[in-house]
Design a protein around this ligand. Sequence first.
Ligand code: SF4
Length: 215
Amino acid sequence: MMGDRDYRTIIQSALRSIGKELEIDIDSKDIQTIHLQEVVQCLRRSYYDRIDPEEIERRGFNELLTGLLRKLEYGSEPKIFEIDDIKLKGQVDMLVDDSILLFRSASTELENPLANDVLYLNACLWIYGKDDGIIVYITADKKETTFSLTRNKKMFEEVVRRVRVLNDLLKEEKTPILEPSTECSECQYYERCFMKRRHSKQISLAEMMGMGKKD
Ligand code: SF4
């Protein structure tokens, strides 16, 4: 009978299994290989992911879009960019007519692309030796927003700097500093960095003023 089953738990576990399958395969011991995804997100999060990981809670199937496309390797094998003795490994979602395409899910239509997606795309342009690329955001109700980007050297230098920083901190076993941003609210390490999340109860103005319903 439908009502007897906890479908939310079943869906969560399906999401977890598919999500695990689609995750970037990072060998946490190989600190001389840094993945591009690790340096465009908060370095502290990437450090915890390698040293003392916690599972991320996924909220919907559209979050899996990027991983799915990566897995299908639409003309794009992962590529390595050598930075002295460190290998920076990146992978685009799709390579079409010499242009790089990234696909990302979004909760609403965006005015501007997200900073970490711009850093990711720009670094891919350097790693794959291409001049321009596109980020396509797709919402759950199938609305698309597209942004194009021409490669920028300064922005790539910032990624290279972050690669070196993460590599050094992993070598020295030092936790990176906090990088507070909107990413924190979705991060599985929020409680480690800040405090325990509280789930506050909504209270109406009438209740606050002692005018709530009486029994
Ligand atoms: S909560 Fe914020 S600062 Fe802490 S690891 Fe996550 S993203 Fe980084």
